[in-house]
Design a protein around this ligand. Structure first.
Ligand SMILES: O=c1ccn([C@H]2C[C@H](O)[C@@H](COP(=O)(O)OP(=O)(O)OP(=O)(O)O)O2)c(=O)[nH]1
Length: 143
């Protein structure tokens, strides 16, 4: 088990809940009412700041229902929260783009996160590659 130190923006934000069994991703909620017109961008406050356990980062993605419910796209596609993003003012935010007029209310669950271990320390060794080309971008066809 790992412990995450967490700070909430205020008492209104519902506390995060780890639900074992169904999905270990943890839902995150909007901490402010946000009204967006089609084509507008906003960094939506998620109401939490955390000190992640040593050796971890967090990844944020939308819930699968987020686009259907709110008409918003996460503009960075996947948010990466560094272990060093841990100060009292390091609030988590979700960058969103609205494709239609929409309203997000306080405590609406708009995205989810999980912890990921850091990758190993790596170095780059410059060379000429000698393996076989695999090919990509649909090289195996569509059927
Ligand atoms: O969806 C996100 C992505 C990032 N962050 C915070 C945590 C992260 O540690 C910090 C910086 O993110 P990143 O390194 O991806 O952004 P950058 O554009 O490279 O900014 P910086 O120059 O601050 O590193 O912003 C969020 O709150 N939400």
């Amino acid at each position: 088990m790992e412990k995450i130190k967490i700070q909430y923006l205020n008492d209104t934000i519902e506390r995060l809940c780890y639900i074992d069994g169904k999905s270990d991703w943890i839902d995150l909620r909007a901490a402010e009412e946000v009204e967006l017109k089609a084509g507008e961008f906003r960094l939506v406050h998620l109401g939490v700041a955390m000190q992640l356990p040593e050796g971890y980062e967090a990844h944020i993605v939308p819930r699968s229902s987020t686009f259907k419910n709110f008409g918003i796209l996460q503009t960075n596609h996947m948010g990466v929260i560094d272990e060093t993003y841990c100060g009292p003012g390091d609030w988590w935010r979700m960058p969103v783009y609205a494709v239609r007029d929409t309203v997000i209310h306080v405590n609406d669950r708009i995205c989810q996160f999980r912890l990921m271990r850091h990758q190993p320390v790596i170095t780059f060794e410059e060379c000429r590659l000698e393996g076989e080309n695999r090919g990509g971008f649909g090289s195996t066809g569509v059927r």
